[in-house]
Ligand binder design. Structure first.
Ligand code: ADP
Length: 224
């Protein structure tokens, strides 16, 4: 089973790229943020525990996240592999993933880190919306829907995430630098890190990622 990790600050485009990569490479897209938001919406015990942390722009405790990932990995262990989006976010989570991967006989293939300037991130997140039905992500500036406020795929109303306000975004960035950025070093030491420029259009970034994966010898070149 193949495991790819997408690292990057909030708003670096991980979610958008992970969706496209999952399709291109035949992997399951696993976004911890999406799973947590769904748990919150359904009012589960995990959702209730996670909600306060998410609204403050803080991380949800590692043990809750690792339990959640373990369930997904074991449940879906027959598929070709996963692309993780928003996980791991701390060194503890990265170590936990290492053990879980061993347990299910999988290896971490590559870790792609999307590099984007802070000011670009704050701008992107305040212009971001998504479809409540199909999950498509839009941006008022760089990727607007054809009809303002409505999804191109299914015409459902677009929604803004409650943690995309400027103050919460700034806190998410601080938390990212303190807790997640060190993972670049962690995976670089293991020879797994690919750094990719996250500026530009979504197509340009996808091409950069696929080219970089191909150059590192982990991708089927015909898919680029
Ligand atoms: P972004 O990367 O844009 O911040 P996500 O959708 O990945 O958005 O995550 C939203 C929130 O969900 C985070 O701010 C955090 O509170 C919580 N979260 C998601 N993934 C994790 C994780 N692996 N560990 C801890 N908290 C997480």
């Amino acid at each position: 089973m193949r495991l790819l990790i997408l690292l990057g600050a909030p708003g670096s485009g991980k979610g958008t790229q992970a969706k496209s990569l999952a399709e291109r490479l035949g992997l399951v897209h696993l976004s911890t943020g999406d799973i947590l938001r769904e748990e919150v919406r359904r009012g589960t015990q995990l959702g209730n525990q996670a909600n306060q942390h998410m609204n403050a722009g803080e991380l949800v405790p590692d043990d809750l996240i690792l339990d959640m990932i373990k369930t997904k990995l074991v449940f879906d262990s027959m598929n070709r592999g996963f692309i993780f989006d928003g996980f791991p976010r701390t060194v503890t989570q990265a170590e936990g993933l290492g053990w879980l991967a061993d347990e299910v006989g999988a290896g971490i293939d590559r870790v792609i880190s999307l590099a984007v300037d802070d000011e670009v991130i704050v701008g992107r997140l305040s212009a971001r919306s998504s479809c409540g039905v199909c999950g498509a992500i839009y941006n008022d500036v760089s990727n607007p829907p054809s009809r303002a406020g409505f999804c191109d795929n299914d015409d459902a109303a677009l929604i803004r995430r409650s943690d995309d306000s400027e103050a919460v975004v700034r806190n998410r960035l601080t938390v990212y630098y303190q807790q997640t950025k060190p993972l670049e070093e962690y995976y670089s030491r293991r020879g797994l890190l690919l750094k990719v420029d996250g500026h530009g259009t979504t197509d340009q970034i996808l091409t950069r990622i696929l080219t970089s994966l191909a150059a590192s010898g982990t991708n089927d070149r015909t898919q680029v």
